[in-house]
Design a protein around this ligand. Structure first.
Ligand SMILES: [Fe+2]
Ligand SMILES: [Fe+2]
Length: 188
């Protein structure tokens, strides 16, 4: 018996290696709605982590316009958290956060950039870069979530997700403008 079991296991492992396909976990999402809800939990965690991280970026920034942009986006981020809570409510689900490893990585990188730069124009340039990476991640996430909400005909979710997506894009554009007009040439 024992030999049979081992052989079967070995065969299935070889099959996985051959196809390159990742075997799904037991509780893996089966439908788009499951993937939608899982992704909402991820970005809910990410937005809440940002509410904690942005004040630190604000403290470390020196450029007036950059400080203002971070402060404004912190206010918006608090609204992003609330909009997600409305999405969960619209789906009849309890708001639940699931650790987003990607956002944790981006925030860790932001922390190292601050440690590895002298306070002033150079650190400001680093903060802009770190913040833009976060915004791009959010833009990609909200873009996908809005597309799912559209297909799933979740109107309240779609409205909220698009409103946030728009604010993330505007924040990204503002950061580009601030970097181009002031910070990067000063950091040079
Ligand atoms: Fe956000
Ligand atoms: Fe954002």
């Amino acid at each position: 018996m024992e030999t049979k079991k081992t052989t079967r296991k070995a065969v299935s492992k070889t099959a996985t290696k051959k196809t390159g396909k990742t075997p799904a976990k037991k509780n893996a999402a089966k439908q788009l709605k499951d993937l939608f809800e899982d992704s909402l939990k991820d970005i809910y965690w990410a937005e809440k982590a940002l509410v904690k991280a942005l004040p630190k970026m604000h403290k470390n920034a020196t450029d007036k316009k950059l400080k203002m942009a971070i402060e404004q986006h912190l206010n918006e981020t608090e609204i992003h958290v609330k909009r997600l809570e409305e999405c969960f409510a619209a789906l009849g689900k309890k708001a639940q956060a699931k650790k987003c490893d990607a956002m944790q990585g981006l925030l860790d990188e932001g922390k190292s950039i601050m440690e590895e730069t002298e306070a002033g124009a150079v650190r400001d340039a680093g903060i802009v870069a770190a913040a833009q990476k976060v915004e791009h991640y959010e833009i990609a996430t909200y873009g996908s979530l809005a597309a799912y909400a559209k297909v799933l005909k979740e109107k309240i979710c779609l409205k909220n997700l698009l409103a946030t997506l728009n604010e993330e894009k505007k924040c990204d554009e503002l950061l580009t403008k601030i970097a181009d007009t002031a910070i990067n040439s000063k950091a040079k």
